[in-house]
Design a protein around this ligand. Structure first.
Ligand code: NI
Length: 448
């Protein structure tokens, strides 16, 4: 072969990693493990992932990463959060949900400004990248500023403007969500996508939801909504809407004809589960938040059995209190074993699948992220196996869920770009973000 024929180079070649990934073709999301494998990345996408050596056409790479002693995983997907709430981390804990919201969170949120949200979201993006999260779904306000943080940090996100019909600025909020879709959908090399963010059925009456559906239809995007988080919310819905649960109500108005990402789904009936499965609704399960606020235990094993697309979310950092999705995967496995009095429930492989491909499915993005397979976006994380808690190496999938830590993540590649290498964030002044976030949070508390 002449030099000219070899000139085509792939962008990145990751060599020697133990590749662990769910497979989107398998109905049961079986985890595959390839020892000392190779991943080739070109044009932001995975072009090869499998045994070494890779086919000859991939040998010539602009950049090579020696990943021997490292595990390669698809990046974690945080399917539900409110990124800028990092500013309120530790501000109000150990309170009853409605008191926590009405006395602490809502009053202080009324003082938030655009720069607060930018630095809160920057802090969140940095924390997530360090924990191996490569995609998140967000619902908050000042979403232009969250979008700027996503653009500036290199992470991938689906953003929605939180809409509360009962608030006096609800029409303006809806307009802002429309503007968010128009300004940001597909931006940052396609890393940013958008949704509409009706907060919940109890804050958004049907006539308002109809307006949101109209706008979502017009912009061809989905919706991110909180559903059936608390028992009280379900009881109120049944009392007000002829016995219908929030999920039955949403189904009756045609909401589920759209691509829907539903956070929580804690208090759901067998009939609700049937609807979620039949309509392909994505569910973001937030075990940490649900436990901390004592909302209840979502029947996740039953949802998975019924074929519901279940991913994992951290929820906002003021109800968790971190954005560590690996911790959520472990909590999900532990919580449902305990709740079902059955240690075989949510085995390690299933927890890992929920943290990656499950989240991608819940967000309607499994055609492009969630597994390490040719054709998918190159969202890849590398974990260091050379840690005491990773020995002996009987079962690495088990180690990831039951023993690994977020701080084991050394390298993060998103959209084929290296955003963290050997523990160092590229292109971000991390210390400056930490300093500004602290400053903004302190000033905010002083105003409340
Ligand atoms: Ni939430």
């Amino acid at each position: 072969m002449t030099q000219a024929a070899c000139a085509k180079k792939t962008d990145i070649l990751i060599e020697g990693a133990t590749i662990i990934s769910p497979s989107s073709s398998g109905a049961d999301e079986r985890i595959t493990v390839v020892d000392k494998g190779t991943i080739a990345i070109d044009g932001g996408k995975i072009v090869y992932a499998g045994r070494s050596p890779a086919p000859p056409e991939f040998h010539n790479a602009l950049k090579r990463i020696d990943a021997s002693g490292l595990i390669a995983l698809p990046g974690f997907v945080n399917a539900h959060t409110h990124a800028a709430m990092t500013l309120l981390r530790g501000y109000a804990d150990d309170m009853v949900l409605m008191e926590w919201l009405q006395e602490k969170i809502w009053p202080i949120e009324a003082h938030l400004d655009s720069e607060d949200v930018y630095y809160g979201a920057m802090l969140a993006c940095i924390e997530m990248i360090r924990a191996g999260v490569t995609t998140f779904a967000d619902q908050y306000f000042f979403m232009d500023d969250t979008a700027r943080a996503v653009r500036d940090t290199g992470i991938r996100a689906s953003l929605s403007r939180g809409l509360i019909a009962t608030s006096p600025n609800s029409s303006r909020a809806l307009r802002e969500n429309i503007e968010l879709c128009e300004a940001w959908d597909g931006e940052a090399s396609g890393r940013i996508t958008t949704m509409f963010g009706p907060h919940a059925p109890y804050t958004c009456p049907v006539d308002f939801l109809e307006k949101v559906m109209e706008a979502a239809e017009e912009h061809g995007v989905g919706m991110h909504i909180h559903l059936s988080e608390t028992r009280g919310e379900v009881e109120e819905s049944r009392a007000r809407h002829g016995g219908m649960s929030p999920i039955e109500l949403m189904d009756s108005i045609g909401l589920f004809e759209f691509r829907i990402l539903a956070a929580h789904c804690v208090h759901v009936s067998p009939k609700d589960i049937e609807i979620l499965s039949a309509k392909g609704v994505g569910v973001a399960h937030n075990p940490g938040s649900n436990m901390k606020i004592a909302s209840g235990i979502a029947p996740v094993p039953a949802m998975l059995k019924a074929g519901v697309r279940v991913g994992l979310g951290t929820d906002g950092a003021s109800s968790n209190n971190n954005l560590d999705l690996l911790e959520e995967a472990r909590l999900a496995a532990f919580l449902h074993k305990l709740a079902n009095d059955d240690p075989t429930v949510i085995p390690a492989g299933q927890a890992l699948a929920m943290a990656t491909l499950g989240g991608a499915k819940a967000m309607g993005m499994d055609f492009e992220i969630g597994s390490l397979e040719p054709g998918k976006k190159a969202d890849i994380i590398l974990l260091d196996m050379n840690k005491p808690h990773m020995y002996p190496k009987h079962d690495l999938t088990s180690h990831i869920i039951y023993s690994a830590r977020a701080s084991d993540v050394t390298t993060v590649i998103i959209n084929g770009e290296s955003v963290m290498e050997d523990g160092v964030l590229t292109g971000i002044d991390e210390q400056e973000v930490l300093r500004k976030a602290e400053e903004k949070a302190k000033a905010l508390v002083a105003k409340a």
